[in-house]
Design a protein around this ligand. Structure first.
Ligand code: ZN
Length: 630
């Protein structure tokens, strides 16, 4: 599964559990006591393989030889060859019209600035140091010569549908001009307003707003009242293959100041401009900057790589003519984080740069897909069973997105998709099934399959999950994701094969094979239900705030149990350590991760707060000073 920075504290929350935790939406948990085990043990559709290969699959995929299976790496290539050989052994075929299981896709594996510069004004010299100018990772590569400049405040446009009037461009004409905007959002607004503005303060969103109004380029400066004041923005990891349609760069305070100075008005400074905007009064506007002209050159170097999805199928055993939607699919991502080089790693300080084995994430899911395929290979199949192993999931669902964007079989012929992401670390017999809101058939199907399986089943309706199921939901395909829950080895090198519970993994395989068998044999294809995406809470406002805590999601301790702290971060500096349980911060009681996320929103960067925590049963206090996230 992929990480998502929408969570509150500096991206160190796995959004896997992020929004809902293990609590089913609507408060409903399905728990069926397996009273009829003896009767229901045999399913007519799935014949579990007599000898399970799960351990062999996981141990091989998570071995050092595959180097953490980073998309586009040699380790990923070796893993794809191994999986291809297993698909062959199982008897799966390349898709109709294909001769190979591999379906390659290209992506951007990294970006760097290859020499951007800004010339502010005809008379001043050119700024070309990275401390003064950096292209934004999504910028087009291009040149702008001597263009007029408009200062557009925070550059935020809140859509009218939000019933909240805020449009930085309302009174400005920026056509064919360069817009200069402040990073982030008004600093002194109340929490609720900040929450709304923060949602539209993403730099990509600001760039889009500027482009839609005809601007030639967008320059971003971090105001003197904001975190990281005056600094340029480091190039972020961005997997887009090309630019966003506008030249966009961040500039330092010195570059911005040199532009403001040319206004020859001592009252007009960057600081004064920010101060007037910081109350978020929607009637305070930006202004044109007469006599100021800038030239911009942006050079984003995008390193292209190719990764491989593996796609195979087990043909239906009879004719599919007259069968509605004659395909069903199972899939999992097989890529992982390599040595953690792309910023998704949660490795402890001592193990940074070492192989992230990804046994649970997601050698376990890969093993489950192969296991389900093997179970279905020997039985009768009314529909074709598509078997997919995705790459690039950890970099942002790249493989499954490439698949649905250029589907090798028509997606309207696909009746359902079953995904596995982290299914090897079951705790207390709990099995989570996500995205059940994507079709009305799922509750019944799961309930039936669970009669024999006997899991403590937790259902989550939300299909907008940080895993490949999201790509299929977006394409209108009924789908579910199977998940045994997260743990303290998540996205760390210590996610190793010896920690997998293979017996429970095989129970998951049997359960899923039953589901795929039943749905695949049904006369009617399941109906798709579009679930509305919940608007995010205001937690983006807290994204800039960094406390350096690594919460442990796998326990039900009252408070926030830390599975670690980030080296050199505020929590470590406050003396907190692994195993501590935070029970209070800034006077707010913390009983769970949600309380903590909420509490973070009222903290301020640089303002010390009291933290109360338990260590070995002893109550302690510390002072923590949140810092700004870089
Ligand atoms: Zn992951």
């Amino acid at each position: 599964m992929t990480r998502d920075d929408r969570q509150a504290d500096a991206g160190y929350h796995t959004n896997r559990i992020g929004k809902e935790g293990l609590i089913p939406k609507g408060g409903r948990a399905w728990r069926y006591v397996p009273l009829v085990i003896a009767l229901a043990a045999a399913s007519p559709y799935a014949q579990p393989a007599s000898t399970s290969h799960s351990k062999e699959y996981v141990t091989t995929l998570a071995s050092d030889r595959f180097e953490g299976r980073l998309a586009g790496s040699n380790g990923e290539r070796l893993a794809s060859e191994y999986i291809a050989s297993q698909l062959q052994r199982i008897g799966a075929k390349p898709l109709p019209g294909h001769t190979d299981f591999r379906i390659p896709f290209a992506f951007t594996a990294g970006t760097r600035d290859g020499g951007s510069w800004v010339g502010a004004g005809k008379t001043t010299s050119r700024f070309d140091q990275r401390k003064d100018v950096q292209a934004l990772s999504f910028s087009d590569n291009g040149d702008v010569a001597d263009a007029p400049v408009v200062f557009a405040g925070y550059g935020i446009v809140v859509p009218e549908t939000q019933n909240f009037g805020y449009d930085s461009y309302a009174t400005l004409d920026v056509k064919d001009k360069v817009v200069l905007v402040l990073r982030y959002f008004p600093e002194d607004a109340d929490t609720q307003t900040k929450g709304i503005l923060a949602r539209y303060a993403d730099l990509r969103y600001k760039a889009m707003a500027a482009r839609q109004r005809g601007a030639k380029a967008m320059l971003v400066v971090t105001g003197p009242h904001s975190p990281n004041a005056g600094e340029t923005i480091p190039m972020s990891f961005d997997t887009a293959l090309s630019g966003s349609g506008i030249v966009a760069a961040s500039i330092s305070a010195s570059v911005a100041d040199s532009m403001f100075r040319q206004l020859n008005d001592p009252a007009k400074t960057l600081e004064a401009a920010q101060t007037s905007l910081d109350s978020a009064n929607p009637h305070v506007a930006g202004f044109a900057m007469p006599n100021v002209a800038v030239s911009i050159h942006t050079a984003v170097v995008r390193e292209k790589r190719t990764a491989n999805n593996l796609v195979a199928y087990l043909p239906a055993t009879g004719s599919v003519s007259g069968v509605p939607k004659p395909w069903i699919a199972v899939g999992a991502h097989y890529d992982h984080l390599g040595r953690g080089e792309n910023g998704n790693s949660l490795a402890e300080k001592s193990e940074v740069g070492t192989i992230h084995h990804g046994a649970d994430d997601n050698a376990s899911g890969t093993a489950a897909v192969l296991g389900v395929a093997e179970a279905l290979a020997s039985g009768q199949r009314r529909r074709n069973v598509l078997i997919a192993l995705w790459s690039g999931e950890e970099l942002g669902l790249l493989g499954s997105t490439a698949f649905v964007n250029a589907p090798p079989i028509p997606l309207d012929q696909l009746e359902a998709y079953v995904n596995f992401d982290m299914v090897g670390r079951m705790q207390d017999n709990k099995l989570t099934v996500q995205a059940t809101g994507s079709s009305p058939v799922w509750p019944r199907v799961l309930e039936q399959a669970n009669v024999a399986a006997g899991f403590d089943l937790l259902a989550q309706e939300d299909p907008y999950q940080p895993t490949d199921v999201a790509s299929f939901n977006q394409s209108g395909v009924p789908c579910i994701n199977v998940f045994t829950g997260t743990h303290t080895d998540y996205h760390k090198p210590s996610d190793t094969a010896d920690k997998i519970d293979y017996e429970d993994l095989d129970r998951v395989v049997t359960f899923a094979a039953t589901i795929v068998g039943r749905v695949g044999a049904a006369a009617d294809a399941p109906q798709f239900t579009k679930v509305e995406q919940k608007t995010e809470s205001g937690s983006r406002a807290g994204v800039r705030l960094f406390t350096g805590t690594i919460p442990d999601y796998s326990t039900e301790v009252k408070g926030l149990l830390l599975s670690g702290v980030i080296g050199g971060g505020p929590a470590e500096q406050a003396g907190l350590q692994k195993g501590d349980v935070i029970v209070e911060i800034a006077g707010q009681t913390i009983t769970n991760i949600y309380d903590y996320t909420y509490a973070l929103e009222v903290l301020k960067i640089g303002e010390p707060v009291k933290v109360v925590y338990q260590r070995s049963g002893e109550r302690r206090e510390a002072t923590l000073t949140p810092s700004a996230r870089k």
